[in-house]
Each structure stands twice: as structure tokens, then as C-alpha cells.
Design a binder for this molecule. Structure first.
Ligand code: SAJ
Length: 416
């Protein structure tokens, strides 16, 4: 039976490993973090993602997914390690990719398939991965099958999208492309698009850059709407009726480990970039705009009590990486060193700040600030909130709350 070793059991590696394990493969899941390996071995997951817990538990209990604290010799290696951007240079940090590749070198044998799923700058497979694999003494083009196969799943809907999104397969050789396609065909129900590794790398970056630029446009238009005294959400909703207009939604900024990171991988290859840099600047400036809305909302109070609802970078997940909510909290602390910030998030446990339950957060607040579109906040009842807070003011950066209801309950509602 073909065996697979998945390197990196994070947001992408873990569901991918479980998917192969539930489709007939014997999968070794390797992670450098011993705590993750030990929890997974007991069938527990370290990631909040709808449906993932039971999915992983079943795969581990069936014996097909075996978490491991070392790389296990296999026929297929799938690299799902992080590729963060260096905050100082804005260049990709490929050290995890290199380490993972070096980890498989001693195990490689003729005919093995090596798949890089990590999002990387274009040419990384050719210029970084291949030279590391060559240290095995094998010729990566002739003796191995090396492929870049970017993941495109949306956090919050990963298990569905893993099976139903089209899959781009970029092989270093045609034989490698075919082998990867045959492998993913066990669970991918959508179209396969075959191309070369560099094109596959670039396509993934282009997708996320498109989203960043589009959100930046929505954010900038929202700032103009505010000056004009009109509702940006309504204006953009009407504009979207046009058959060729696909505007995204404005908000408190762009977070996560992909959209604020990947455009930099293109910029590093085109330092003169104007559009991508401008989008990064516009989106990165949104947390400061949110603080200016809070400033208006608390109206001269020297040490306001603010109920901050949401720390995750988007709704219904536990991920606060690069979250605009965290940027807002840090700016609020700077602006009002004596403010009382009561932070609530139904999912996030590791954000570097203590959180409280929702009732405690709302108690005697001078301002309710909604930063994440968790479904739980949509159902907030203004009649309940108005009895808990000191001042009836809400800054809704996600346009989650039905403004009429809140205005009818005596709230002043401010939105991005
Ligand atoms: N956001 C807005 N307005 C919008 C949409 C999103 O402000 O209209 C914000 C979100 O609140 C969040 C950020 O942008 O803070 C990013 O969220 P997202 O849902 O756009 O994207 P991710 O980072 O969760 O997932 C993206 C997806 N890429 C695209 O949709 C092109 C996903 O398909 C990729 O697999 C993922 O990046 C990845 O791993 O690269």
C-alpha cells in the first residue's frame, strides 16, 4: 500500500493527512511540536475548524493516521509547513520549507513523490526545493517526482473545500504532475488543472493578491462613503448588482496567515509594485481608522471601558494570526493607557491577551466594539445589551448587527 508522510500538522497539513487516511492510504503525520503529536495521538485536535475534530479522531482511531515526532520513510512526502513573511524585510522566510525538505532527504528513494503545498514565492520549487532534494544523491527531475500543489481551502469551510475545490497541479515534469493528480483523485471531486511548478506557485499568489487589492478598494471606498455621510455597505451592495462588478466587503483590516502575507511574495519579485503595496498600506491602516471611530464613540472620556468583541481574524474560527482585531487592541492601549479593555472571543484562546465571558465584557461598557464576524455576535439582543452597558454606543466594524434594531433600543451605531 502506498504510504504518505505529511510534514507539518497545522491548518492545512492536518485535514490533508486525515483526508488521505480516510481514503485508503497509510499516513504518517509528522510535526516538530511534540505537544501537537501527543494530543493527536489521543485523538484530540489543536485547531478549531468545523467538523475537523471528529474527522481527525476517526482517522487516528482507525490506525490509518499515525501522528509521529519524526519523519517516517514513505512513498509520498507532502510538505505543509509555514512560510511566514519576515516583518523587517517583507521577504519570504523559507527556513521551514528547507528544514522539512532536509528532513526527508535521508529517506528518499527512486520513484518517490514529493509535494510542496506550502504557499511560496514563484520559483521556490525549482530554485530552493530541488537543490535540497538533490543532496540525496538522486536526480530530482529523473529519479523523483516533484510537484507544487497549492492548497486553496478557506478556513471555516476546509473539509468541504478540500474535496470540492479545483486543484492546480504543477509538476517539475509531466510524469510528476500525473502522479500527483492520481494521488489527489482519491478525494478531490473537482477539476484538476495541470501546469508547471512555477505557474502553480504564481497562481496561488495571484489569487490572494486579488483578494487583498479588492478588499483594499472596498475599504477605501468605505472611507469616502463616510465623508459623504452614506452607508458604504448599501452603496457597495448596489454597485455589485452590475454584472461585472465583484467588490468585496470593507472591514477593520485584513488578517490571517495568507492574504496579508502572500502579496509580499510577489512584491519581493517586483520591488517597483504600486498596486499591491498600496493595497497592503490601505488594509494595514484600517485598524487606525477603527480607533478613530472609537474615539468618536467614547467622546472625550479619558479612560473608557470598552467591550471588545472578537479577536480572531475572521468569523467562526480560533485563529488570531495577523488579526486586525489584535492590531486594534494594541492601538487602543496606546491611545488610552488607562482604558479598561474587556476582550471576548468564543474561540480564540491564544492571543496574548486575557479574555472574559460575554456578560463580563459588556458590563458597564462605555462602548461595544465588534471586530470579528462570529455568528454568535449576530444574535446579540440590543435589549439585553442595553441593560448591561453604561453608554449605548456600538462600533460595528463588520456590519454584523441590524442597525435599526439597535437604534430602536437607543444605541448610537457607528460602522466602517
Ligand atoms: N475580508 C474582508 N473583506 C472581505 C473578505 C475578507 O475584510 O470581503 C477579511 C477577513 O475578515 C479576513 C481577511 O480578509 O481578515 C482574510 O480572509 P479571507 O476569508 O479572505 O481569506 P483566508 O485568509 O481565510 O483564506 C484565503 C483564501 N483565498 C482566497 O479566497 C483567494 C483561501 O481560499 C486560501 O486557501 C487561503 O487564503 C490560503 O491558505 O492561502
Amino acid at each position: 500500500m502506498t504510504s504518505i508522510c505529511v510534514l507539518g500538522l497545522g491548518y492545512i497539513g492536518l485535514p490533508t493527512a486525515a483526508m488521505f487516511a480516510t481514503h485508503g492510504y497509510r499516513v504518517h503525520g509528522y510535526d516538530v511540536n511534540a505537544d501537537i503529536v501527543s494530543r493527536l495521538s489521543k485523538g484530540e485536535t489543536h485547531i478549531e475548524e468545523p467538523g475537523l475534530k471528529a474527522f481527525v479522531r476517526d482517522a487516528v482511531h482507525s490506525g490509518k493516521l499515525v501522528p509521529s515526532d519524526r519523519v517516517v520513510a514513505s512513498d509520498v512526502y507532502i510538505l505543509c509547513v509555514p512560510s511566514p513573511v519576515d516583518h523587517a524585510t517583507h521577504e519570504a522566510d523559507l527556513s521551514y520549507v528547507v528544514q522539512a525538505a532536509e528532513g526527508i532527504v535521508p529517506h528518499l528513494k527512486k520513484g518517490d513523490l514529493v509535494i510542496l503545498e506550502t504557499t511560496v514565492p514563484a520559483r521556490t520549487t525549482e530554485d530552493v526545493l530541488i537543490p535540497v532534494l538533490a543532496k540525496s544523491g538522486l536526480d530530482p527531475r529523473r529519479d523523483l517526482k516533484v510537484v507544487h500543489c497549492p492548497e486553496t481551502v478557506l478556513p471555516g469551510n476546509m473539509i468541504y473545500e478540500l474535496a470540492h475545490n479545483h486543484r492546480v497541479i504543477g509538476g517539475v515534469t509531466e510524469e510528476a504532475t500525473r502522479a500527483a493528480r492520481d494521488l489527489y483523485a482519491c478525494f478531490v471531486k473537482a477539476e484538476f488543472i495541470e501546469t508547471d511548478a512555477t505557474t502553480a506557485e504564481f497562481v496561488k499568489l495571484a489569487e490572494n493578491a486579488y483578494r487583498d487589492v479588492n478588499i483594499a478598494l472596498a475599504n477605501e471606498l468605505a472611507l469616502v462613503c463616510r465623508k459623504l455621510g452614506i452607508d458604504s455597505r448599501e452603496a457597495l451592495r448596489i454597485a455589485r448588482k452590475h454584472p461585472r462588478v465583484h467588490l468585496h466587503e470593507p472591514g477593520p483590516g485584513v488578517g490571517g496567515h495568507c492574504i496579508p502575507v502572500d502579496p509580499w511574495f510577489i512584491i519581493q519579485q517586483l520591488p517597483t509594485s504600486k498596486v499591491l503595496r498600496a493595497a497592503r498600506d490601505v488594509n494595514d491602516a484600517m485598524p487606525a481608522h477603527v480607533v478613530s471611530l472609537v474615539e468618536e464613540a467614547v467622546h472625550g472620556l479619558p479612560s473608557p471601558t470598552i467591550a471588545v468583541l472578537g479577536l480572531a481574524y475572521k468569523g467562526n474560527i480560533d485563529d488570531a494570526r495577523e488579526s486586525p482585531a489584535i492590531a486594534v487592541v494594541e492601538l487602543l492601549k496606546k491611545r488610552w493607557p488607562d482604558a479598561v479593555l474587556r476582550l471576548h472571543d468564543p474561540y480564540v484562546r491564544k492571543a496574548g491577551f486575557p479574555t472574559v465571558d460575554l456578560d463580563t465584557a459588556l458590563h458597564q461598557a462605555d462602548c461595544v466594539l465588534v471586530l470579528t464576524d462570529h455568528a454568535a455576535y449576530r444574535g446579540l439582543d440590543p435589549r439585553r445589551v442595553k441593560d448591561a452597558v453604561r453608554r449605548r454606543v456600538v462600533v460595528d466594524t463588520r456590519a454584523m448587527l441590524e442597525p435599526r434594531q439597535w437604534i430602536n433600543s437607543g444605541f448610537w451605531v457607528l460602522r466602517v
